[in-house]
Design a protein around this ligand. Structure first.
Ligand code: PLP
Length: 348
């Protein structure tokens, strides 16, 4: 079985790092137009942001081709992953997901008394949709799909995933986490939002933390059927956790297509450079469509982590299948060059 466990993180002041490549952030954000919008928004900080939230919801609804009652906002998609888990697992049940997967929703489901039914990824690191279909039973309260997946960066074919969601959503709601989707070309064709439009019991989470470069500003959203949105927000509210600055920043960012395209291209360049430099050293990297890469290393995970941090380069180490793996987020090209040279020094 594939066990995913994050090694205890080496305690360090992240601000002292020369290159922070540990949390899949976007080194270029927020866009200058977003900074301008946020600066201007500070003055409205004495008022609640209900009006701005309504404006942002309208913009998102239009982009996704749904009516505004299909959208719920949250301070980051973590908030929506966890709130969904709180509502779905308040009476227990199980969550079916891939392994390894992003653990936020699964951890909350387990804290609520739910259990996790992990299904190992296939050899090509896509979801094993047949095994996941078999794993769904009467106790399944939610199926969680992270596509592209974290920590692997791998993608599951959109056509196959749509068929799976179509069939399985009759038995249990499906939550598709698309945090990294916009790093791909033509993301709309890869998204599961079309199923929500068809009225299927599918929830899609998106975030402004990644391609928009707004991780510290905390905005994300959920696209789901109006019934699901009502069901979740009857217990926990979305917009009350949001501030006017982030809302107006997100509104400005949605209008700045040029910035988003530029971030995508820079990410692709850095990923290709890092992939070829590390592969040339004989390491096998999982092909990634996201803003990070992961590969098994050949030294002790803790020691590797400490030496990288001591050299000013922050990365993450995961234990997968009892082996340490290095996950490196894409920074600027200069930061990636520093990562490669530091990696060579540390592993020499
Ligand atoms: N989903 C995935 C797959 C992630 O990797 C992350 C963050 O790294 C999140 C959700 C949460 O992001 P945020 O809460 O910043 O939207």
């Amino acid at each position: 079985s594939v066990l995913l466990e994050e090694l205890p993180k080496f305690v360090v002041d992240e601000a002292k790092l020369v290159a922070r490549l540990s949390a899949n952030e976007n080194p270029y954000g927020p866009a200058p137009k977003v900074v301008h919008a946020i600066t201007n928004a500070v003055i409205s900080g004495n008022r609640y942001g209900h009006g701005d939230a309504a404006t942002l919801i309208d913009m998102i609804a239009e982009k996704e081709g749904v009516t505004p009652d299909h959208i719920m906002l949250g301070p980051g998609s973590t908030d929506l992953l966890e709130k969904t888990a709180i509502v779905r697992f308040k009476e227990g049940g199980n969550v079916v997901s891939a392994d390894p997967a992003y653990m936020s929703l699964i951890n909350t489901a387990q804290s609520m008394g739910g259990s996790w039914k992990p299904v190992p990824l296939m050899k090509d690191f896509s979801h094993d949709l047949d095994k996941m279909t078999e794993a769904v039973d009467k106790e399944t309260k939610l199926v969680y799909i992270c596509n592209p997946n974290n920590p692997t960066g791998s993608i599951t074919d959109a056509g196959k995933l749509k068929k799976f969601c179509d069939k399985v959503s009759v038995k249990a709601p499906i939550f598709v986490d698309e945090a990294y989707l916009e790093f791909m070309d033509n993301p709309a064709s890869q998204s599961m939002v079309s199923l929500v439009r068809e009225g299927k019991d599918v929830m899609v989470a998106r975030t402004f933390s990644k391609i928009h470069g707004m991780a510290g500003l905390r905005i994300g959203y959920l696209v789901a059927t109006p019934e699901r949105i009502k069901n979740i927000s009857s217990m926990v509210r979305g917009t009350m956790g949001l501030c006017v600055t982030s809302l107006q920043g997100a509104i400005a960012s949605m209008k700045d297509e040029a910035f988003l395209t530029d971030c995508k291209h820079k990410n692709q360049e850095c990923r290709a450079y890092t992939m070829s430099s590390i592969s040339a050293l004989g390491y096998e990297i999982i092909p990634s469509v996201a803003n990070f890469l992961i590969f098994p290393i050949r030294m002790d995970g803790q020691e590797f982590l400490k030496e990288m941090y001591d050299s000013g380069v922050g990365i993450r180490v995961f234990n997968i299948g009892d082996k340490p793996w290095c996950r490196v987020s894409m920074g600027t090209m200069d930061e990636m060059k520093l990562f490669v040279s530091t990696f060579k020094k540390v592993t020499a």
